[in-house]
Each structure stands twice: as structure tokens, then as C-alpha cells.
Ligand binder design. Structure first.
Ligand SMILES: NC(=O)c1ccc[n+]([C@@H]2O[C@H](COP(=O)([O-])OP(=O)(O)OC[C@H]3O[C@@H](n4cnc5c(N)ncnc54)[C@H](OP(=O)(O)O)[C@@H]3O)[C@@H](O)[C@H]2O)c1
Length: 166
């Protein structure tokens, strides 16, 4: 099973502000949905709760949520008490590519076991307390999938790249 991280990251590595995304980029959301659909996704409890209720669990893919809180409960998700257990759950189900979808705490703890990174580089440096971890570019081969200019519905330009672990 491949372990992939997927994230939208600012020039300053910021990915989140006040528990939310710092931008609204519908075409990147479409890329995220298309790429992860049909696969297990694993996320932290805070990221799960940041998704508007009507969109969660994310449809068409098993949602694994990790929390250390035994009292946390939500319907139609796979709850696990550790990231390792979540990864094991996807493996046992025969998953071929598990997507780690954040947030910051979860990316930090999984970047070292990732085989692949799908990074949307957003051309902005927003304020925000949550960052994507630094990673050593020499250990990955980078392929740019698309370059998206600003337009009427996207006030920021972005490029989507895939990094494969060498
Ligand atoms: N730009 C992007 O691509 C992107 C993607 C995803 C999220 N985000 C943003 O990131 C922010 C959320 O990230 P965050 O770092 O604050 O929180 P997070 O990583 O989503 O969740 C943290 C929570 O996960 C649980 N957790 C963490 N490590 C664990 C472990 N080893 N075992 C079991 N449970 C564990 C804990 O839950 P309990 O407290 O319940 O124990 C912890 O409080 C939001 O602003 C969101 O919008 C951005």
C-alpha cells in the first residue's frame, strides 16, 4: 500500500488559519476530490471537525479519523486511537493508496513514512498557525501536473505537483 500526503501549501508553508483553510480554490478542491475518491483517507480529529457538517464524512471514500479522546464519536467514520492503527486498518481492507489529508499535526507525524506527496503550491503567504512540514527536495522527484492562473473564481494562482520518494 502506498502512503500519500495531499495538501495545499502556501509559499510560507501555511496550510491553515483559525481551524480553517486560508483560501477558497474550487478547482483544487475538485482535484482533491477526484484524486482521493475511492480510496481510504486518514485525518486528524480537528481536520474532520473543520469540514462543514453537510460534507462530512467525505463521500465515496472510507474516512479514518484519529483522536486520543475515547469519548469522541461521529457516525459513518472509522475511528482510531493512533495513526499507526489507522494505517493498518486501510492495509487490512486491501487499500492500494492511502491518502493522509491533514491537518498539520498529522502531516508532521507522517511525512517520514510517505511514499508520495500531492502538493498544491498556492502563490500566497497567508497568516496562519498551521504549517506543512519542511521536506528535503533532494529526496523526491517532482512532477508538475498543472498550473492554474488566477481567474474570476480563484483569486490566487496555484500549481499542483506530485513528489515521488526516491
Ligand atoms: N491546506 C490543506 O491542505 C489542509 C488540509 C487539512 C487541514 N488543513 C487545516 O489544518 C488545520 C487543522 O490541523 P491541526 O494540526 O490543527 O489538527 P489536525 O492534525 O487536523 O488534528 C489534530 C488532532 O488529531 C488527533 N491526533 C493527532 N495526532 C494523533 C495521534 N498520533 N494519535 C491519535 N490522535 C492524534 C488529536 O485529536 P484529539 O484532540 O481529539 O485527541 C489532535 O488534536 C485546519 O486549519 C485545517 O483547515 C489544511
Amino acid at each position: 500500500m502506498i502512503i500519500s500526503l495531499i495538501a495545499a501549501v502556501g509559499n510560507n508553508r501555511v496550510i491553515g488559519t483559525k481551524g480553517d483553510l486560508p483560501w477558497h480554490l474550487p478547482d483544487d478542491m475538485k482535484f482533491f476530490a477526484k484524486t482521493t475518491r475511492g480510496h481510504h483517507v486518514l485525518m486528524g480529529r480537528k481536520n474532520f471537525e473543520s469540514i462543514p457538517e453537510k460534507y462530512r464524512p467525505l463521500p465515496g471514500r472510507p474516512n479514518i479519523v484519529v483522536t486520543r479522546n475515547n469519548d469522541f464519536n461521529a457516525e459513518q467514520i472509522i475511528l482510531e486511537s493512533s495513526i499507526e492503527k489507522g494505517i493498518e486498518k486501510a492495509k487490512e481492507a486491501g487499500e492500494t493508496e492511502l491518502f493522509i489529508i491533514g491537518g498539520g499535526e498529522i502531516y508532521n507525524q507522517t511525512i517520514d513514512v510517505a511514499d508520495k506527496l500531492y502538493i498544491t503550491h498556492v502563490d500566497a503567504s497567508p497568516e496562519g498557525e498551521t504549517k506543512f512540514p519542511e521536506f528535503d527536495g533532494s529526496k523526491w522527484t517532482k512532477t508538475e501536473l498543472l498550473n492554474h492562473p488566477k481567474d474570476d473564481v480563484h483569486n490566487l494562482s496555484f500549481s499542483i505537483c506530485v513528489y515521488d520518494k526516491i
